[in-house]
Design a protein around this ligand. Structure first.
Ligand code: NAD
Length: 499
C-alpha cells in the first residue's frame, strides 16, 4: 500500500505553506543502517516542513530484509513498489560480512539500470574550513560495471579473482551523460580519468569511447588524466577540475577523497541516474563509529533530498531546502564533523541541525551563492548500435593449478597436448615465467598457459575442448579458460608482462 509517511510535525519549526499541492509524487524511502535512521529522520523532517509534495512509502531494505532471511536484502513486495515508484531516497546500508551476501547498494544500482552516479562536491569557505575555497567539482562515476560487477571466484588454493567487466555501451552511456551534463549545466570542462596505461583493454575502452564522443561536443573542453596522478591533483588542486567522468571503482574512491577535501564526507549528496529510475543518497556510509549518538551530519541526505525534488520537477521546493541549508551553514550552525571557523559558529546534533534548516526555510544565503536547480532534465542519450567487427578465434589461455616449476609444467603440458597447438607462453600472476621467464617473481599455484598459432587450420571450439580433455586425462587440473580472439585483426587479449 502506498501511504503518506507519518512524519510528526514538531512544534520547533513551521511549514512554509498550509496549502496541499495538487499532485503528490510517489517515492520510496529506506532509512538504512548505522547513522541512516538518524540522518533520514532529519531529511524527512526538512522535506515535510518544506511541504515537499511527496507520497512516501517506506521500504524495509537491507538489514531489515536480511533479518527476515531475504538474502538479496530486498523482498519481492519491495521490488514491486520500487518498480512502480521508480524513485528512492536511501540511507547508507551495510553488507553483512560472510554468508555470501551481495551489497544491496550495488544490486539496486544494477537492477534499476542506474548507470550514472553524479556526486557534486564543493567548498563552503569560510563557513566550512577547506584548504581549497574555490573547489566546485562534479564527479560522474560509471555505476554498474567494472570490478563492481562483483563476479569473484576462488580458483586455486592460492588465488582468488574478481572480473573487471567493461562494455562499450556502458562506457558510452555514462560518458554521453557526462558531456550532456557539462553542456546543459553551465559547466565548461570534462576530465576523463582511467588507468589505461596498465589496463589497455578495459580502461582503454573507456578512454577510447571518451575520445570518440568528445568529437561530438566541440563546445566542451575535454582532457584525459591517469587516475593516480589525477586523484593526487584533485586532492591538492581541486579548483583546477570542473566535471570528472571515471569508471566505477575510481569514482567511488575519488568522490570520497574530494568530499573530505571539501570539508567533510558527511556533506556530499549523490544521485544515481537511470533512464527509468533514480536513487538519491548521501555519499557517506553507515558510520558505525558515531551511530545512535545524534552527532551525524545529515547534510548529504538533505541535499540528496533536494536533488530528488529537482529530479521530480519540483525545482522550487528543491531550492527552498538547498538555500535554507546554505543559510544554516552561513549562520555557523554545524555538526561535530566540521571544524569551527567563524566566530559565532555553533556545534549542534543531527536533529537540531535539521531544525536549524527548517527554521531558515524561505531564507537565502547572504554571501554564498544561492542554489538554482535547472528546470529542464538532462536527456538520457541513446547508445549508438555497435559496429559489426570480424571476430576470429586464434587461441586459448588455459588456467591450471599446479605446484610444479615453470619448466616442469611446460614439459607436462606439451607431453599432454603434443606440439599442436603450440604452447607459446606461461605466466604467473600476469608475469611471463616460460619461456625465458623472470626467475625472481613469486610463483603461486595458478598458471596461465597460452596455446596459440594453429598451422593451416582454423581453431574451433572443438579444438579447445580437445586440449582440455587431453589435459584432464593427463591429470592436469584446469580451473578456467579464456578464448583468445582477434577483432578486425587486432588482438583482443593482453600479452604477458615481460613478453
Ligand atoms: P563511512 O562513510 O561510513 O565513514 C567514514 C568516516 O566518516 C567515519 O569516521 C564516519 O564517522 C565519518 N562519517 C561518515 N558519514 C558521516 C556523517 N554523515 N557525519 C559525520 N561523520 C561521518 O565509511 P566506512 O566506515 O568505510 O563504511 C561503513 C559502512 O558503510 C560499510 O559497511 C560500507 O560498506 C557502508 N557504505 C555504504 C554506502 C552506501 O550505502 N551508499 C556507502 C559507503 C559505505
Amino acid at each position: 500500500m502506498n501511504a503518506i509517511h507519518p512524519i510528526q510535525q514538531s512544534a520547533s519549526y513551521t511549514s512554509t505553506s498550509d496549502v496541499q499541492p495538487a499532485r503528490l509524487h510517489p517515492v520510496c524511502v529506506a532509512s538504512g543502517d548505522g547513522i541512516g535512521p538518524e540522518v533520514m529522520a532529519a531529511a524527512l523532517k526538512v522535506l515535510d516542513a518544506a511541504r515537499a509534495p511527496l507520497d512516501i512509502t517506506e521500504l524495509p531494505l537491507g538489514t531489515r530484509a536480511w533479518q527476515q532471511g531475504i538474502t538479496s536484502g530486498i523482498s519481492p513486495v519491495s521490488w514491486k513498489t520500487l518498480n512502480r515508484d521508480r524513485v528512492l531516497l536511501k540511507g547508507p546500508m551495510s553488507t553483512p560480512q560472510g554468508g555470501g551476501m551481495k551489497s544491496l547498494n550495488v544490486t539496486l544500482r544494477k537492477s534499476l539500470g542506474l548507470f550514472a552516479n553524479v556526486r557534486p562536491v564543493r567548498a563552503y569557505t569560510p563557513y566550512i574550513p577547506s584548504h581549497h575555497p574555490g573547489m566546485d567539482v562534479v564527479i560522474i562515476r560509471e555505476n554498474e560495471e567494472d570490478l563492481y560487477a562483483g563476479i569473484e571466484h576462488r580458483q586455486t588454493e592460492d588465488v582468488v579473482q574478481c572480473l573487471k567487466l567493461v562494455s562499450r555501451q556502458g562506457c558510452e552511456r555514462v560518458i554521453r551523460y557526462a558531456f550532456e551534463y557539462v553542456r546543459t549545466r553551465g559547466r565548461r570542462r570534462l576530465t576523463c580519468m582511467t588507468k589505461d596505461n596498465i589496463m589497455k583493454l578495459t580502461d582503454g575502452l573507456f578512454h577510447e569511447v571518451f575520445d570518440c564522443i568528445a568529437e561530438e561536443y566541440p563546445d566542451v573542453e575535454s582532457d584525459h588524466q591517469i587516475i593516480d596522478i589525477g586523484t593526487a591533483r584533485a586532492a591538492t588542486s581541486p579548483e583546477e577540475f570542473d566535471v570528472i567522468v571515471t569508471p566505477n571503482l575510481y569514482g567511488d574512491v575519488l568522490s570520497d577523497v574530494m568530499a573530505e577535501v571539501s570539508g567533510s564526507v558527511g556533506m556530499a549528496p549523490s544521485a544515481n541516474i537511470g533512464s527509468e529510475a533514480a536513487v538519491f543518497e548521501a555519499i557517506h556510509g553507515t558510520a558505525p563509529d558515531i551511530a545512535g549518538k545524534d552527532i551525524a551530519n545529515p547534510s548529504g541526505l538533505i541535499l540528496a533530498s533536494a536533488k530528488m525534488l529537482a529530479h521530480l520537477g519540483e525545482g522550487e521546493t528543491a531550492e527552498l531546502i538547498h538555500n535554507a541549508w546554505l543559510r544554516t551553514i552561513e549562520d555557523g550552525v554545524h555538526t561535530a564533523d566540521i571544524r569551527q571557523t567563524i566566530a559565532h559558529s555553533r556545534c549542534v546534533g543531527t536533529d537540531e541541525f535539521a531544525g536549524a534548516v527548517i527554521g531558515r526555510l524561505g531564507e537565502t544565503p547572504r554571501r554564498l551563492e544561492p542554489n538554482h536547480y535547472p528546470r529542464s532534465p538532462i536527456l538520457i542519450p541513446a547508445v549508438k548500435p555497435a559496429q559489426p567487427v570480424e571476430k576470429k578465434l586464434v587461441g586459448v589461455d588455459v588456467f591450471v593449478q599446479s605446484r610444479l616449476t615453470p619448466d616442469a609444467l611446460a614439459e607436462q603440458l606439451r607431453k599432454a597436448v603434443g606440439e599442436m597447438p603450440p604452447l607459446t607462453m606461461i605466466t604467473n600472476r600476469g608475469v611471463q615465467v616460460w619461456p625465458d621467464g623472470q626467475a625472481q617473481t613469486l610463483c603461486t599455484d595458478h598458471w596461465r598457459c597460452r596455446f596459440k598459432g594453429f598451422a593451416n587450420s582454423q581453431l574451433t571450439a572443438g579444438s579447445i575442448i580437445d586440449i582440455l580433455l587431453k589435459l584432464s586425462s593427463n591429470g592436469i587440473e584446469f580451473v578456467k579458460t579464456e578464448n583468445l580472439y582477434d577483432f578486425d585483426g587486432q588482438p583482443g587479449y593482453s600479452m604477458g608482462q615481460g613478453q
